[in-house]
Design a protein around this ligand. Structure first.
Ligand SMILES: C[S@@+](CC[C@H](N)C(=O)[O-])C[C@H]1O[C@@H](n2cnc3c(N)ncnc32)[C@H](O)[C@@H]1O
Length: 545
């Protein structure tokens, strides 16, 4: 594992680490912000509390805060703690969160489009580069966006509960869940079994019950959902928004398409938006060429049912060239397109075309993160052997830390500084700190320690890594992963020749040890899905645009 791609959060931390992190007087190592971000997104539940008994510099705290994790660090050095607090105050105050605004506008993205909240209103058309864009994603209700949201809101009027069906990576589940939540009614979402996508997790966050069925034909899941709605007396929001209301809602939006638009290009999942557009063009008597970019299952059967007769003469269907699950690059002319729909239309656009933006899935907009409460990191000055007294009744969801590697780097001459102790005393204090810290870790949660080795005065390795494993095991945790973090080669090649005379190898890696308190499967289930993972095995197919 070596420092990979990173987000704004770890970029800012890198700038910080390069600049301000630790007053030069300490001259200590800087923790890798990218590794930090990986640890939080792989091993910590969303919004989970991070506990760090050897806080050191501010990197772990600031990255945690940026990603919506409350962070509690303990650090012996009061000067370091003051410095960390100063930096966090500077950065947390100055930086926009790595999150969008609550209405779902993507993070850090300046999209001047005004929200349209009235379902009767026409959504705007604007120009991006040499292309016109129908911004049906400007319509927003209950924190979700687009034509599907509008149709769902109309269908949900007066409902006592909502039931829907969709593939695991479809935006429909989240749309229905959020509209149900805004109406104060329950919601059940039927999907194929498998890893929950960001959309499904957001639907759960909104209070929806996700009912998973052994991955089978959509028709099975659709039937289950319909039966469920009938049994409960709730309103069924059809799979792929397949209903006349969807056609009606989209059809009306065609009237403000500018005359200068050469062709209309639209993503086609279920085909319901395309059907509405074709009716709208028919209503307007406009013979505008239409290009439908298909992103999933064959929409022709549904178009035969919902589109105007002779629709095949009105539209050319072209394949997006990738399966539904594989996302395309969302960034386009300063806006974010849905990676499974509109983004796949970009290669087909020509000058003066009009791109019809049906909507954008909420998890692509950073809206959830915008709602995430940004909690400034907290540092306590003190000896982590007293961590329980220092941090009070913290219930941690992840322990992440980087201890002193024995006396490899001596941080101070403070008597409680374990880097300043000889190894037996170091180990005794180290084990106590690990045990005390893990006693504050919730059940079914992970602990991640970044550790290296150090040599004794005779040049022999202490075995800090196996000692760390033993310490965690004796604290009641189980050893779960061992990864290697490649560190900068730096001056090692220069020193290696001399060291090798005694057959000592130069170390250019650290070990990332992962432990579990309780059950690893439950600990993993508590963590957010990792971006791109769900897509890898989500071959449920498109369920609608
Ligand atoms: C590996 S360092 C941190 C290095 C690196 N800057 C980082 O941010 O990860 C470990 C830190 O542990 C602190 N430390 C040493 N003994 C401690 C103790 N008994 N309780 C709490 N912190 C301690 C040191 O002051 C040092 O800042």
């Amino acid at each position: 594992m070596s420092g990979g791609s990173h987000t704004a959060a770890s970029q800012r931390a890198m700038d910080l680490a390069g600049g301000l992190d630790e007053p030069k007087s300490y001259g200590t190592s800087i923790f890798d912000p990218v590794l930090c971000e990986l640890a939080y997104s792989w091993f910590c539940p969303a919004g989970g509390v991070v506990l760090d008994p050897f806080a050191g510099g501010s990197v772990r705290g600031i990255v945690a805060s940026r990603l919506g994790h409350p962070y509690v660090g303990v650090e012996l050095s009061g000067q370091q703690v003051d410095e960390n607090r100063r930096q966090a105050a500077e950065i947390c105050a100055s930086e926009p969160t790595t999150a969008g605004d609550a209405a779902g506008a993507p993070a850090g993205h300046v999209d001047a489009i005004a929200d349209v909240t009235n379902a009767e209103a026409l959504t705007p058309v604007e120009r991006r580069g040499d292309v016109l864009v129908k911004r049906d994603d400007a319509f927003t209700v209950a924190g979700v966006r687009g034509g599907k949201a509008r149709t769902c809101r109309v269908l949900a009027e007066g409902a006592t509960g909502l039931v829907t069906a969709g593939s695991r990576s479809s935006p429909q589940a989240n749309i229905v869940a959020r509209i149900a939540a805004s109406l104060g009614v329950p919601c059940r979402v039927h999907t194929p079994s498998g890893v929950l996508s960001p959309e499904l997790l957001e639907a759960q966050d909104a209070g929806a019950e996700v009912v998973q069925h052994r991955a089978g034909h959509n028709s099975v899941i659709v039937a289950r959902a319909r039966e469920d709605a009938e049994r409960l007396g709730w309103t069924s929001i059809p799979f792929g928004m397949e209903c006349e209301e969807a056609v009606t809602q989209t059809r009306r939006q065609v009237v403000n398409l500018p005359a200068e638009a050469k062709r209309l290009v639209v993503p086609v999942g279920s085909g319901m938006s395309l059907a509405g557009i074709l009716w709208g063009l028919r209503d307007e008597g406009r013979a505008m060429p239409v290009v439908g970019v298909t992103v999933g299952a064959d929409p022709r059967k549904r178009l035969d049912r919902y589109a105007p007769s002779g629709w095949r003469d009105m539209v050319t269907l072209v394949d997006s060239g990738s399966d539904y699950a594989t996302p395309a690059a969302p960034a386009w002319h300063g806006m974010t397109l849905d990676p499974h729909y509109e983004a796949k239309c970009v290669p087909h656009l020509e000058a003066d075309d009009l791109l019809w933006v049906v909507g954008i899935r909420r998890s692509e907009t950073g809206a959830a993160a915008a709602e995430r409460v940004i909690v400034p990191p907290v540092w306590h000055e003190g000896d982590s052997r007293d961590i329980r007294a220092l941090v009070g009744d913290v219930q941690a969801d992840l322990v992440l830390s980087c201890p002193p590697y024995a006396h490899l780097e001596v941080y101070s001459d403070h008597p409680a500084d374990i880097s300043n102790m000889d190894y037996p005393d170091f180990l005794a204090a180290y084990r106590t700190i690990i045990a005390e810290t893990c006693s504050l870790l919730r059940e079914d949660r992970f602990a991640v320690f970044v550790v290296g080795e150090a040599r004794d005065r005779g040049g022999y390795l202490y075995g800090l890594i196996p000692d760390t494993v033993d310490a965690f095991r004796d604290a009641g945790l189980r050893y779960y992963n061992d990864a290697v973090l490649l560190t900068a080669i730096g001056s090692t090649p220069v020193r290696a020749a001399g060291m090798f005379r005694n057959r000592k190898l130069g170390r250019v890696h650290q070990n990332v040890l992962v432990f579990v308190k309780g059950d690893a499967r439950r600990a993993a289930a508590a963590c957010d899905p990792v971006r791109g993972l769900a897509e890898l095995d989500a071959y449920g197919g498109a369920d609608g645009a």
